[in-house]
Design a protein around this ligand. Structure first.
Ligand code: SAM
Length: 185
């Protein structure tokens, strides 16, 4: 089969438009994630284990990871028998983590929502994990203190909340908080 110059030009246009859309989406979501939460930087596996252990996560409980990145915390939570839900702003990380979850064989327990955690409420979570940046910790503290049920735990990697009293520091930057009462926002 012989392709004329029309097909060649059409393919070049499709390629250029496709790559621009891909690059634009990547740029926009990365910029938004830096502005609204934190850029993608995965928690190292040893600290993932520390976070799960210090939260006291039990089989059947619901863990929510705010900004779930490549899904490593969700997979670790599902492996202890918990239900795990992540919110992730980047479509690429969302797809990648969904693929990792399927490959790990825990798709019945773990799922990822594409979207911003600022637009969701987390009234059902038993455990919340997060790895944000300092400038977002005050806003997130107010949100979680007004939404989470009493008895739930929050584990923050690397950064502390400005006012919430620490329940435990388990080492290597893993900070544990307990919701003792719901506070008005
Ligand atoms: C520092 S990474 C942590 C990833 C993962 N939780 C971990 O510990 O390995 C922060 C993640 O939050 C995501 N993120 C940033 N802002 C967000 C927002 N407003 N809503 C949802 N995800 C967001 C980023 O795309 C990134 O994947």
């Amino acid at each position: 089969m012989v392709f004329g110059p029309f097909f060649l030009i059409a393919w070049v246009i499709i390629l250029v438009v496709g790559l621009s859309l891909l690059g634009g989406t990547l740029f926009a979501t990365t910029a938004y994630s830096v502005f609204s939460g934190a850029p993608f930087l995965p928690t190292d596996e040893r600290n993932v284990d520390d976070m799960i252990r210090s939260s006291g996560l039990k089989p059947g409980e619901l863990l929510v990871d705010l900004g779930s990145g490549d899904g490593r915390i969700l997979i670790a939570a599902a492996r202890v028998g918990a239900r795990a839900e992540g919110w992730e702003i980047s479509p690429f990380l969302c797809l990648w983590s969904q693929w990792k979850i399927r490959r790990a064989g825990v798709a019945d327990k773990a799922k990822v929502h594409l979207g911003s955690y600022w637009t969701e409420t987390f009234r059902q979570a038993d455990v919340v994990t997060l790895f944000l940046i300092t400038s977002q910790m005050g806003r997130m503290e107010k949100k979680l203190r007004s939404e989470l049920p009493v008895g739930s735990r929050v584990v923050s990697y690397a950064f502390k909340f400005p006012h919430w009293e620490l329940a435990d520091k388990t080492g290597r930057g893993v900070y544990l908080y307990r919701q003792t009462e719901r506070k008005a926002p």
